[in-house]
Write a protein that binds this ligand. Structure first.
Ligand SMILES: O=P(O)(O)OC[C@H]1O[C@H](OP(=O)(O)OP(=O)(O)O)[C@H](O)[C@@H]1O
Ligand code: HPA
Ligand SMILES: [Mg+2]
Length: 168
């Protein structure tokens, strides 16, 4: 049995931490040796948050989206492209920064890589199973740890460890 408290299970990321980590990702993609990026392409929906932060840091005004959905009930989780980015902009992906919040199994990034082999795939968090598919990431998170992103959470009351000291 785990000795973790129920609210500690997983990796809970605050807005501040996410902003800091996304900025660190931008910093890694900037400077000597890095290409002149043409555009940021965010993988919806989670990639739009770091995509915005990175576009701001790198001074990129061209921001596109790619939308991929998983139909687990239909075809063993086959991925389907719901919305493609502009084909003329994308080409084979050269100079394109594709951004997502995280890579887990790697299925999403593998899908993107197949279509845009020259794109740079950047994510904030990576789990070991999919990490090799990302060209750049900031932090590795255990495979069995669920990453709770700030837009999926809210402030909630947490019980103290003991009722001792409470009147009743
Ligand atoms: O490496 P994988 O196993 O493919 O998982 C990673 C993807 O899963 C999540 O997106 P999700 O499809 O849940 O959609 P969302 O971004 O709209 O929340 C996450 O934002 C990544 O895009
Ligand atoms: O750990 C995760 N957190 C949030 N979304 C996800 N999608 C795949 N894995 C994760
Ligand atoms: Mg996503």
């Amino acid at each position: 049995m785990s000795d973790r408290l129920h609210y500690e299970a997983g990796f809970h990321v605050s807005w501040e931490r996410f902003h800091r980590d996304a900025r660190s990702l931008a910093a890694r993609l900037h400077g000597p040796g890095q290409p002149e990026w043409k555009a940021v392409v965010a993988i919806t929906r989670g990639g739009m948050v770091p995509g915005c932060i990175i576009a701001r840091e790198l001074g990129l005004r061209v921001v596109e989206t790619i939308s991929v959905a998983s139909y687990a009930h239909k075809d063993q989780g086959a991925l389907q492209l719901l919305k493609a980015p502009d084909a003329a902009l994308m080409g084979d992906g050269s100079g394109i920064l594709v951004v997502d919040d995280l890579v887990d199994t790697g299925r999403t990034l593998a899908f993107i890589r197949e279509r845009y082999p020259k794109a740079h795939l950047a994510v904030v968090y990576a789990k070991p199973q999919g990490a090799a598919l990302a060209d750049t990431y900031i932090a590795e998170v255990a495979q069995d740890s669920w990453i709770y992103l700030p837009w999926d959470m809210g402030l909630v009351y947490v019980d103290p460890l003991t009722r001792k000291g409470n009147s009743e």
